[in-house]
Design a protein around this ligand. Structure first.
Ligand code: KE4
Length: 433
């Protein structure tokens, strides 16, 4: 049975936070609105574990929403950041580490010949859109229903992640005149893409897609879908942008584009390349990237872009990911978890679809056979998900606090962690059928 965990201090901190921070959090999904109850406040983390301010330990499957692929407080990352900060935290001038990071990204991604560092995934996607619009002199953009690319105005249209979690159709504050330049169509539907590009391709600057979606929960591209997007974009001279903020260096060292062997014109990155510090990046072919100031006319800038601490953490993280068998081991551990959860749900007669790609996974509580697009994901029983989430939390397992988010396995998750997670799930599934 689960020990009832007290979260007295978290509740107190949350009550205080709500007085001075909107919703008490600095990012909506952290407020647990989708699953109910008060969020926990974290005191520290190590490896696969989180420790809240009340001293409760959790096996962590959020991993800061992706960055912590090597586990929390990895000694190599801690040392790299400590050494860097002792030499100063920011200069507003270039450092050798920015070039080292750029070299590592160019080395890891065949389609990236030049890359610009920014400070978040949102900045990366915003900037990539601007480059595509500046380069093509076309104004419309196409995204896919339920994909989330950060909170840039042009992309807060039928978005996933926190927007979906809160059930917000889009967002007030985005001028209709701008939102109308964004076309959102179903993911995994090539004919929808073909007909829109046939009709409007001459006005469409770019298509931006999560090649493996993490922000509706995890959804894999249907066979040939990504290849199809690429050829449709080539035919209509539309820039294809893979938003790999979540999947970059996650699904393979070269991201989803390596896994599926489909190379976009531009790629956005974030999360893992900062090793847990604020970071983003966008890159691609030289012809496109040379549009960016000061090489070209498309303006983009940032006080802390390429910050030495984020570069140090990111470089240390990527070096760890270059080691032998990292992705094989991640896949093995994740497969054991996903297959175990599937069996347990089946035995408990709880209808679920479990989507897993590499070390990203989601347990969809739905009667559907498959979850391959936004409409499928929307069939989920979010009340049952909330019970699952709460039951797992009580047993020391911290899952993503929303049905429409991805879970993440790290290099630090042990066999013992997986066994403990599956034992907890065995208990919980019986209580929610
Ligand atoms: P950030 O601005 O949050 O660094 O990145 C935005 C972003 C862009 N593209 C993709 C594919 C992303 O997944 C994200 C951010 N992911 C969410 C989690 N689904 C961040 C968590 C949060 O918003 O607190």
């Amino acid at each position: 049975m689960s020990d009832k965990r007290t979260i007295t201090k978290s509740k107190k901190f949350f009550a205080n936070a709500r007085k001075v921070i909107p919703g008490g959090v600095n990012s909506p999904v952290r407020a647990f609105k989708a699953v109910g109850g008060d969020p926990i406040f974290i005191d520290h983390a190590a490896g696969s574990k989180l420790y809240d301010v009340d001293g409760n330990e959790y096996i962590d499957y959020v991993g800061s929403w992706g960055p912590m692929i090597c586990g929390h407080a990895h000694p190599d990352v801690v040392k790299a950041v400590s050494d860097a900060v002792a030499k100063g935290s920011s200069f507003g001038a270039s450092t050798e580490m920015e070039v080292e990071m750029a070299d590592m990204i160019v080395d890891g991604f065949q389609s990236i010949h030049m890359v610009r560092m920014v400070n978040s995934g949102t900045e990366a996607t915003m900037s990539a859109l601007r480059v595509a619009r500046g380069y093509s002199e076309k104004v419309k953009v196409i995204k896919l229903d339920g994909c989330y690319h950060g909170h840039g105005d042009s992309l807060l249209v039928k978005a996933g992640s926190g927007v979906e979690t809160l059930g917000l159709p889009d967002s007030p504050g985005v001028p209709a005149a701008l939102a109308n330049l964004t076309i959102s169509i179903p993911f995994n539907d090539l004919s929808a893409m073909e007909s829109v590009l046939e009709k409007e391709g001459d006005q469409v600057a770019c298509v931006i897609v999560e090649p493996v979606v993490g922000n509706m929960g995890v959804l894999a591209p249907e066979p040939e879908y990504l290849e199809g997007l690429k050829s449709l974009c080539e035919q209509s001279q539309t820039v294809l942008i893979f938003d790999e903020v979540m999947t970059g260096f996650r699904l393979a060292y070269g991201g989803a584009q390596e896994l599926y062997d489909v190379r976009p014109d531009m790629t956005t990155l974030g999360k893992i390349i900062g090793g847990g510090l604020p970071v983003g990046a966008y890159g691609g072919q030289v012809e496109l990237m040379n549009q960016v100031a000061p090489a070209g006319p498309v303006y983009q800038a940032g006080t802390l872009s390429g910050n030495p601490l984020a570069m140090a953490a990111g470089i240390a993280t990527l070096k760890l990911l270059k080691q032998e068998n990292v992705y094989e081991n991640l896949n093995q551990t994740s497969a054991k978890l996903a297959n175990g959860l599937k069996e347990i749900a089946w035995r408990a007669r709880v209808p679920v679809v479990i989507n897993r790609v590499g070390s990203m996974f989601t347990v969809f509580f739905t009667d559907e056979e498959r979850v391959k697009n936004y409409l499928d994901a929307k069939t989920c029983n979010t009340k049952r998900f909330s019970k699952f989430f709460a039951g797992m939390m009580e047993r020391g397992i911290y899952m993503a606090p929303s049905q429409f988010e991805a879970g993440f396995v790290s290099m630090a998750h042990s066999e013992e962690d997986i066994d403990k997670t599956l034992n907890a799930a065995e208990d919980v599934m019986k209580t929610i059928r």
